[in-house]
Structures are given as structure tokens and as C-alpha cells.
Ligand binder design. Sequence first.
Ligand SMILES: Cc1cc2nc3c(=O)[nH]c(=O)nc-3n(C[C@H](O)[C@H](O)[C@H](O)COP(=O)(O)O)c2cc1C
Length: 202
Amino acid sequence: MPDSPARRLVVAITGATGAVYGVRLVQQLAATQGIETHLIVSDAAVLTLHQELGMQRREVEALAHVVHKNRDVGASIASGSFQSDGMVIAPCSMKTLAAVALGLSDNLIARAADVVLKERRRLVLMVRETPFNLAHLRNMTAVTEMGGVIFPPLPSFYHKPESIDAMVDHTVGRVMDLFGVAHTLAPRWAGMKAASDAQPDT
Ligand SMILES: Cc1cc2nc3c(=O)[nH]c(=O)nc-3n(C[C@H](O)[C@H](O)[C@H](O)COP(=O)(O)O)c2cc1C
């Protein structure tokens, strides 16, 4: 029997703050059997990777199975005939959000997202900006109306994270859940009673 084909996920890292989300996601996918990761890193993301993590483009790209250049709008992932489970933009800048919302496929990240939407596959945008202006909000609405998932990387505190890594992992795990990719990045909530012996007075 031939091996079943790998599941494929496209990951893009753009120049919003929070490069760690993209890196952590690609690291996790690399450690997961049966997932073929296709990675695109924007030029602005090269700046945030360096500023926030002290990482060079090549170090991040080394984690992926296939690397595409953002200017290569003729890459495999630019066509709907390329089979994939979908795409995550982690983090997603307001510029790339706007391109996706408008169907403005002038680079590979925007084109690959456009393809994922037109093929009715899963698109997750880890949008990051604060505060939002009306253009940002309208663009998020437009992407939601097209079937995309707006997933701002907002930390939660109910699981009592003890480090930034734990916060990042919790968020990345929730994104992997959206694609049904198994992980052990964060414990799953089992209710207040399981979380603590002490219960609040109500
Ligand atoms: C250190 C740094 C942090 C940035 N943070 C954000 C951010 O959180 N959100 C955002 O939309 N843009 C942010 N930007 C601006 C984007 O990088 C810029 O709009 C860029 O054109 C986005 O291009 P891209 O989507 O092709 O990566 C940041 C830029 C730098 C250098």
C-alpha cells in the first residue's frame, strides 16, 4: 500500500508584531508527522523576526518543507489545483488583511489566501493591530463574510500561563485545532471544578 499523501498547510508570516506565533506554528507543524508545510515570509516579516526574535529569514525557512518567495505569484500554491487543507497567516498585518479582503493578489501571500477562499478551504488570519480603525474592522468583516476566520492572537488567562511561551502555545494550539491537527501545546479546559479545588463564593 502506498503511504497516504501528506496533509498540506500553507503558512505565511507577515510584518505585524508577533512573529513568534508564526515561528511556533511552523515549529509545531514540523514536529507533526504527515503535515507538509509551505511557508512564505514577507519582507516586512524579516524585520519583525529580527527585531523580536533575533532570527534571520533562513532560520525560519529551514523549519518548512517547502519555501516560496512572496514575489513568486507563479508558485504551486498560487493555483486552486494545488491541494491543501488551507492557510494560516501568523501574524497577519493590516496591509495583508486589506489585500485579502479586497482580493488584491499582487503577491503570493495575498494570492494564496485568495485561492484558499475561492476553493472554500480554511483560511485563518491572526490579525494584529491595536486599536483598530474602521478600515481594519470592515476588512475583517469582509474576510469573515467570505468564510475566513479572523483569529487575533489574544492571550487568555484562565489557564494560568506561567510564561510568554505558555501564552503563545495556547494560542497556537487553538489555531491547530481549527485544522484538526493534534497537539499537546496546552491543557484543555475541563471546567472550573477541575481547574481548582477552591470555588468562588457566589
Ligand atoms: C517592528 C514592526 C512592528 C509592526 N507591527 C505591526 C502590527 O502589529 N500590525 C500591522 O498591521 N503592521 C505592523 N507593522 C507594519 C507592517 O510591517 C507594514 O504595514 C508592512 O507593510 C506589512 O507588510 P506585509 O503584510 O507584506 O508583511 C510593523 C512594522 C514593524 C517594523
